[in-house]
Design a protein around this ligand. Structure first.
Ligand code: GTP
Ligand code: MG
Length: 228
């Protein structure tokens, strides 16, 4: 799937930038793109985590990204340059292609795993974009959920994962739901009272809001596998 890629756009969720080791091992020229920057307040901090930050939704940063692609492509001596858009599921790869292309050419969905096949889309005379399915490299579904790339309904223990998320974005969540709590356990309990739902359903709903991009953060979250 990646053999013919000259450049890879590694797409990450700007709220929680998590690089994909498998992509980085391909030994290709990589441009790290933090998408969904509209969900991060302190967007200037995003330059610490990637080469370009963009929002496929508000179209912010697209010109910078286009120029970056052209600049990198200039040094590649080929008539046809293939730029592959890759990354964990649901990071907005297809949305980014549509935004770059300026119209809806790639299928998108709020559900991780939307893109199954491969599409080649013309960006300029020389440059082609290739959409790829989200590649799963993580066996760890809990971590995958935290980075927004797994459907929470499928988790065995959504409560445990919700507690981890609450711990990671405690301030943001307290503000967002107008709940004050001493810790993540108390927060989830109070949220479950507020929503009048059992704890497990509350956990799934909260995680779904996160995965579906309905929760913003002030600062991008640094996370490593060991964090977990
Ligand atoms: N807020 C926000 N949401 C976005 C942005 N880009 C994509 N999304 C949303 O993220 C979800 C996933 O977008 P897709 O483009 O389907 O993501 P993908 O990486 O192609 O997903 P798979 O093909 O499933 O791997 C959709 O609900 C999009 O509307 C963005 O810049 N900002
Ligand atoms: Mg897709």
């Amino acid at each position: 799937m990646f053999d013919d890629c000259d450049i890879i756009l590694e797409v990450m969720d700007a709220r929680i930038p998590f690089p994909n080791k498998k992509i980085e091992k391909l030994n290709k020229i990589i441009i790290k793109v933090l998408n969904k920057a509209d969900l991060v307040e302190a967007e200037e901090l995003l330059s610490l985590y990637g080469d370009v930050y963009v929002s496929s939704r508000t179209r912010k940063g697209l010109r910078v990204l286009r120029n970056k692609i052209k600049e990198v492509a200039k040094n590649i001596n080929k008539d046809k340059i293939i730029v592959c858009v890759a990354g964990f599921p649901n990071t907005g790869k297809s949305s980014l292609i549509n935004a770059l292309r300026g119209r809806h050419v790639a299928g998108t969905a709020p559900i991780p795993g939307k893109t199954k096949g491969i599409q080649l889309i013309k960006l300029s005379n020389k440059i082609y974009l290739k959409d790829t399915p989200g590649i799963f490299t993580l066996k760890d579904k809990e971590l995958l959920t935290l980075i927004g790339s797994y459907s929470p309904e499928k988790l065995d223990n959504p409560i445990r994962v919700a507690l981890k998320l609450i711990k990671l974005i405690f301030e943001d969540l307290q503000e967002r739901f107008n709940i004050e709590a001493k810790d993540e356990n108390e927060f989830l309990e109070k949220l479950s009272k507020k929503w009048r739902m059992p704890l497990r359903d509350t956990a799934v709903r909260l995680l779904s809001l996160w995965v579906n991009g309905k929760i913003k953060v002030k600062y991008p979250i640094s996370i490593t596998s060991s964090h977990h």
